[in-house]
Write a protein that binds this ligand. Structure first.
Ligand code: FRU
Length: 327
């Protein structure tokens, strides 16, 4: 039976409420639809760790061939990933990791490098004698927050002119940091630069500064660099962000890698997507590149639709033929 030959890829997504994760899912779906043998099942944990564990357990029980996971936080998702491995299901972790490297492979940018890149951009674009910084962190216990923080501090600590004067614990969403930032800025602490672990929080920080009339005094840098009207690239072009560090979603690569794992091809444990600084120098180029990719994706989608329509037409003609032969 044809259905049984299909490859079943399950993806446990941390949540789908933001553009970054939506574009990751879209890229996966597009890549999967290029191969009619792939059945891609996406489960959205909606940022609820318990739900993510249950969904992964459900996928394991549902004769899965490979599991892709973006864990909300590392520690609580580690045992259930181990269960998948014990059940003989290879696991590809994407963007966020579990603890102890007990997975088949990781795919994503190097988040330590992301943090270092942000720090280097701040240092190299400043001629001031002293740079007072605020670090706005992603959700504690999620690996990109820990790694971006580590890389950022490594570089900042090498320069005596740069100093982190305050740290705000966020959860990747701007609502989690705005009240805390208002309190800090109203206290009158002097700040030159704010590094937020993603663009949503960086733009949220700019909004707070703007409300207090301080947005010209402070520079802002984020991470993600998404295209589109609400993305980080546009924010750089608008002068809201001084820069952003590109953090590719790798949705299409995830599907390709999952298939390699299934074909028993040898792959690296760490599959690192490249990252780069986006600032006023290259924001336009980056934008044009992404627009081209989006156009190409839309064309592929149209072609896939046309092929599907042809298939439906062909099978109905075939049925008519069978009927007329039978007559
Ligand atoms: C999207 C996101 C990104 C961030 C990534 C880290 O949900 O918050 O903004 O770069 O997750 O895992």
């Amino acid at each position: 039976d044809k259905e049984k030959d299909k490859v079943r890829i399950g993806f446990s997504q941390a949540m789908t409420n933001d553009d970054w994760r939506r574009s990751m899912n879209d890229a996966m779906q597009l890549q999967a639809s290029l191969d009619s043998n792939i059945d891609l099942i996406i489960r959205d944990a909606n940022y609820d760790v318990e739900k993510q564990i249950k969904q992964i357990e459900g996928l394991i029980a549902d004769s899965l061939d490979v599991l892709i996971v973006s864990p909300i936080q590392s520690k609580p998702i580690t045992p259930v990933v181990q269960n998948a491995l014990n059940a003989g299901i290879p696991v590809l972790v994407v963007d966020r990791k579990t603890e102890g490297q007990n997975y088949t492979a990781y795919l994503g940018a190097d988040n330590i490098e992301v943090g270092r890149n942000a720090a280097k951009e701040i240092i190299s674009s400043n001629t001031r004698d002293s740079i007072r910084l605020i670090e706005i962190r992603g959700l504690a216990g999620s690996s990109p927050a820990e790694e971006r923080g580590m890389g950022f501090q490594q570089i900042i600590n090498q320069f005596s002119k740069a100093r982190i004067v305050a740290t705000i614990e966020g959860n990747w969403e701007k609502e989690s940091i705005q009240d805390q930032l208002i309190i800090l800025l109203k206290k009158g602490i002097k700040v030159d630069y704010i590094f937020a672990h993603n663009d949503r929080m960086a733009i949220g920080a700019w909004e707070v500064a703007h409300d207090l009339g301080l947005e010209k005094e402070i520079d802002f840098i984020g991470v993600d660099g998404l295209p589109g009207p609400n993305g980080g690239i546009q924010a750089v072009k608008n002068g809201v962000l001084k820069a952003t560090v590109l953090y590719p979603t790798g949705g299409d690569e995830a599907i390709k890698l999952a298939l390699k794992i299934l074909d028993k091809e040898s792959i690296s444990k760490n599959n690192i997507l490249s990252t780069t600084i986006i600032n006023e120098v290259n924001a336009d180029i980056m934008n044009n590149q992404f627009e081209k990719i989006n156009e190409q994706q839309a064309e592929i989608e149209d072609q896939l639709k046309a092929i599907k329509e042809q298939e439906v037409l062909y099978s109905s003609q075939n049925n008519l033929l069978k009927i007329s032969i039978a007559l």
